[in-house]
Design a protein around this ligand. Structure first.
Ligand SMILES: [Zn+2]
Length: 231
């Protein structure tokens, strides 16, 4: 499948870059469902690696390409986070699974900011939505006095994924940085042919849009039920 073939000088690399972007967005959309999240993360890591494999084997590359790409290769080798993605891809393809860890914090939120957290003994690979049921009851009974009278105050769960092999910290931030590097690389490659890729880098205002699941995310009808629409 080469949807970018028409007019695109590097259709294979371009397609793989769009594919990596697709899987990254799927990861964000499945952040609270461990199995789909990890399937998409594995797919992302492989698609990301395929971008440069494809770029090197494109046909009809212009004369300046090799010198440019050699410089880029040197640059990529010296960027530790990018090297980690290459190594992680080898683990996914050849050896075993990555070491994915997930932590969750349950509690009372104002907007997407946690006000009070509570300890809950849970299995980390449980779907967030299942944990939310227990959290909601607890928060409503003990923190909110059985009511939802303050707009924006409700139960929620903040999840974090860390994959040791891809570096410290929340894994999607690392993925976004790596993908954005590749999107810029593919854009520059297009420019060598005097054209553009049209691929946009990923900019997130607030990761909590994805890492936090509120009661009203799981059930949007609650906004009306709690009377938050009036006034
Ligand atoms: Zn293109």
């Amino acid at each position: 499948m080469k949807p970018f073939e028409e007019g695109c000088p590097i259709p294979n690399a371009h397609t793989r870059c769009a594919e990596a972007r697709y899987f990254l967005v799927e990861c964000l959309l499945h952040y609270h469902s461990p199995q789909p999240f990890l399937h998409n993360l594995n797919a992302f890591i492989q698609a990301l690696r395929n971008i440069t494999f494809m770029l090197q084997s494109e046909e009809g590359l212009p004369s300046g390409f090799n010198a440019w790409y050699e410089a880029k290769r040197g640059e990529m080798r010296n960027i530790n986070p990018l090297r980690r993605f290459v190594e992680a891809r080898n683990i996914v393809v050849k050896q075993s699974s990555l070491t994915a860890k997930s932590t969750v914090m349950c509690g009372l939120f104002q907007g997407r900011r946690m006000k009070l957290s509570m300890k809950m003994d849970i299995k980390p690979f449980t779907e967030t939505e299942r944990l939310l049921t227990t959290t909601s009851k607890f928060v409503c009974d003990f923190f909110l006095g059985g009511k939802h009278s303050i707009i924006g105050e409700q139960a929620g769960i903040e999840r974090a994924w860390v994959v040791e092999e891809l570096g410290e910290g929340e894994v999607m931030s690392n993925c976004i940085d790596a993908l954005n590097y590749m999107i810029v690389l593919i854009e520059q490659a297009h420019q060598l042919f005097g054209t553009g890729s049209g691929l946009e880098i990923i900019r997130l205002k607030d990761m909590r849009e994805f890492t936090v699941m509120l009661e009203t995310d799981a059930d949007p009808s609650l906004v009306k039920k709690w009377g938050w629409l009036e006034g």
